[in-house]
Ligand binder design. Structure first.
Ligand code: FE
Length: 342
């Protein structure tokens, strides 16, 4: 018998061995879901964060990077068939648009509510901030004393005539800044502020925050408004530039902040896993990975910014809900257009 059945024993043993091996490595076969992230943030900022998530959880993440408008067109076109589970982009104005276009899923997560302050997330849970960027005043430290400065509005006063540099109003960062100003000061006051800024411009508007910084450092103008990470990046390259940051409106509404953020896509096929990734982004272990690579601030108040960023000092931030940046964006664009802010 034994001799007769021997040819069958080998394949049977081999089969049992294979089953055993599959059983031992079962977790990586069964639990390894693959998530797809569409990101308008540069790959070198996001990839290390996603790699860490894969390392911690075994969940694979595929990353597709493109400009925000291109990703929005793609998501719209793909509709229900989209492979995307998560959308990452910068500026609350952009996230608000994605939500309004029906691309994002309302998420009700206690962990997100706990980790992310209320003004940095959508009231309906469709998007949530992952890092904070502060848009503040920068000045030439050889020409200006901090005591000369006070508020964004005061940059329109007569003593700043021919001393102000601004980035173009076509950039969403300025559209959000002005939308938030409209929500706080009203249309008329904001209009007067823009008019007074335009009257004080030393040069035509610039295409980037970095060019604003370079113009101030070169003495073409003395003050401007920029996102702090551009300041940080430029000073890493040229440490001796006569530039310094100023935190305006500290006795009032605070510094204008914006976010990089994310939302689960409406047609995600892995909603639970996508929410888990979003929650992990807001956790203490992931927040520094998210903020530090771009010299931004963590959204989670329990997490400290990188020491290089912390050195710029603490400030009071505007705590009104960033959904206003989207709601009032069109209004802001029209207003800047009327006032001749190019
Ligand atoms: Fe930027």
């Amino acid at each position: 018998m034994f001799i007769l059945d021997r040819p069958r024993v080998v394949p049977t043993l081999f089969f049992l061995l294979l089953v055993g091996v599959l059983f031992i490595f079962r977790p990586s076969f069964v639990s390894a879901e693959t998530l797809v992230v569409y990101s308008a943030r540069k790959e070198h900022l996001i990839k290390p964060v996603l790699d860490q998530y894969t390392k911690e959880t075994g969940v694979q993440v595929k990353l597709l990077t493109d400009k925000a408008p291109a990703l929005f067109v793609r998501l719209k076109a793909e509709g229900e068939n989209t492979p995307a589970d998560l959308l990452i982009t910068v500026d609350a104005g952009n996230l608000w648009h994605a939500a309004k276009e029906g691309m994002l899923l309302p998420v009700n997560s206690e962990r997100l509510k706990e980790n992310v302050p209320i003004h940095l997330r959508d009231p309906k849970g469709q998007w949530v901030g992952l890092s904070i960027r502060a848009r503040t005043i920068v000045y030439n430290s050889k020409q200006v004393k901090p005591s000369d400065l006070s508020t964004y509005e005061a940059l329109g006063e007569a003593n700043w005539k021919n001393r102000l540099c601004l980035r173009t109003s076509k950039k969403v960062y300025n559209q959000s800044l002005i939308a938030m100003m409209i929500s706080q000061l009203g249309k008329e006051k904001t209009e007067a502020v823009i008019q007074s800024w335009i009257a004080n411009l030393a040069t035509p508007v610039f295409s980037s925050d970095t060019k604003v910084l370079e113009a101030i450092a070169a003495g073409q103008c003395d003050v401007g408004i920029v996102n702090t990470y551009y300041f940080g990046r430029l000073l890493r390259k040229k440490t001796d530039l006569p530039l310094a940051l100023y935190w305006p409106n500290q006795n009032g509404r605070g510094v204008h902040v914006n976010i990089s953020g994310a939302g689960v896509t409406k047609h995600s096929k892995h909603q639970k896993a996508a929410i888990a990734l979003l929650e992990w982004f807001s956790s203490e272990s992931a927040q520094n990975l998210f903020a530090d690579s771009n010299l931004e601030y963590p959204v989670n108040p329990k997490v400290n910014p990188a020491s290089e960023v912390a050195a710029w000092g603490r400030f009071k931030q505007d705590q009104s809900n960033l959904s206003k940046a989207g709601e009032l964006q069109k209004e802001a664009i029209r207003l800047m257009d009327r006032m001749g802010y190019k």
